[in-house]
Ligand binder design. Structure first.
Ligand SMILES: NC(=O)c1ccc[n+]([C@@H]2O[C@H](COP(=O)([O-])OP(=O)(O)OC[C@H]3O[C@@H](n4cnc5c(N)ncnc54)[C@H](O)[C@@H]3O)[C@@H](O)[C@H]2O)c1
Length: 378
């Protein structure tokens, strides 16, 4: 006998799928602009999408990310069901798939953040850095070049790092004119991608802007990076490893200030130019770790966390000092950081305390199941 209820259920699923596909197609053409954000499930990418998607309801944002260990879709819970957000699980190293993904939309802007981003990993395994950071950027530039030669207009915003400039002595700052001197496979791969973007502007007239930013901190940073690592270890009561003598200096910027700068440069930056972005917050690693400890002591109490600090063998090629001169973006576009360092840091520590589940899911790997749960059967 035929199971009528089973057939009805199947028909219902079929109808819903058709409706969903139809509404995606129809609605994407209604947006004023369609913008790809690559690496949107990473630390800065997810902060950027959380910042942009609600601010520009008339733009469609397509998050292109292949979800490496650093990609965490649960960061985007707040916006994942908004009508102007889509997710495409695509590896930028896979040219054919990337192209097919772009063909589903009428993209007129790309904000490119997808990268392998951890210096230590680049020292133990540089190949993935060359693949994603160099080859992946090349693929995107090629897709833009093809689209532009077919008469489309696309702005390409390349998000890069101050690490391409190498290391500073005690004096001086990186400006947009500082020569490139990368010292790690990570910074060398980012430098190569910056050069590619510049070359595509000069050679093919592609509309590009590049931003080179100092160290970011804030919510959703994967706990292998300095600040969340220290918070996580201090909460677990395990050693806080500090490289070398702890004297390396970084210039820290709260991630929301970076997102604001990207928004400005993407919309108003002059084609072909580079903008340095920095927080004017130079601090030695050891002083930063001590500050995190003091904030944690105030917020959670217990034994002084500073006692957990342990000096470990330095990283090879460890740059001594980075410091950005951000006067160009300030003069041209009126950007300056809004967060004072101590306020941003306190807010960050509080966020990790309020989101211990996020932190423990990162450590246990549970966040990797979020994609299967939310997207696999859609
Ligand atoms: N974190 C910083 O302090 C900082 C400072 C300046 C510049 N940047 C730059 O900003 C960008 C984002 O940095 P982040 O700290 O958010 O990095 P992240 O490692 O947290 O995130 C990278 C994201 O890219 C995705 N990705 C990696 N390889 C991919 C591939 N082949 N295809 C598609 N997606 C891929 C990952 O899944 C992840 O979601 C990077 O380009 C980095 O160089 C970072």
């Amino acid at each position: 006998m035929i199971d009528v209820s089973f057939i009805c259920l199947e028909l219902l699923h079929y109808r819903n799928r058709l409706r969903a596909e139809y509404s995606v197609e129809r609605s994407s053409s209604e947006f004023e602009r369609q913008i790809v954000v690559t690496g949107g499930a990473g630390f800065i990418g997810s902060n950027l999408l959380l910042y942009l998607v609600p601010r520009y309801p008339h733009y469609l944002f397509v998050n292109v990310d292949c979800l490496t260990y650093a990609g965490n879709l649960s960061n985007l819970r707040e916006i994942e069901n908004l009508p102007n957000y889509r997710f495409e699980k695509v590896d930028i190293c896979d040219f054919d798939n990337l192209k097919r993904s772009f063909e589903r939309f009428r993209i007129d802007g790309i904000i490119h953040l997808a990268a392998e981003s951890h210096v230590d990993r680049s020292i133990t395994g540089p190949a993935a850095f060359i693949q994603t950071n160099v080859l992946g950027t090349f693929h995107l530039m090629e897709i833009v070049r093809e689209s532009v030669s077919a008469g489309r207009s696309i702005r390409f915003h390349h998000v890069s790092t101050d690490e391409v400039y190498g290391s500073l002595e005690e004096q001086g700052y990186f400006t947009e004119a500082t020569p490139y001197k990368p010292n790690s496979p990570y910074s060398a791969s980012k430098a190569a991608s910056d050069h590619l973007v510049r070359a595509y502007h000069k050679t093919y007239g592609i509309d590009t802007v590049t931003t080179n930013c100092s160290n970011n901190y804030g919510p959703y940073q994967f706990p292998e990076k300095l600040i969340p690592l220290m918070i996580r270890n201090a909460l677990a009561g395990i050693p806080l490893p500090v490289y070398g003598d702890g004297g390396n200096i970084r210039d820290w910027l709260y991630v929301e200030d970076h997102c604001r700068a990207i928004d400005l440069v993407f919309h108003k930056g002059e084609s072909g130019l580079t903008y340095n972005i920095g927080g004017h917050n130079e601090i030695r690693n050891i002083d930063l770790v001590r500050l995190v400890c003091r904030i944690l002591d105030q917020l959670v109490g217990g034994d002084p966390k500073e006692k957990l600090i342990t000096f470990v063998k330095d990283r090879p090629g460890h740059d001594r000092r980075y410091a950005i001169d951000a006067s160009f973006i300030q003069e041209k576009l009126g950007w300056k950081p809004q967060y004072r360092f101590e306020d941003g840091l306190r807010k960050t520590v509080q966020w990790y305390l309020d989101n211990e589940k996020w932190l423990s899911d990162c450590i246990s790997g549970a966040y990797l199941q979020y994609y299967q749960k939310m997207y696999q059967n859609r």
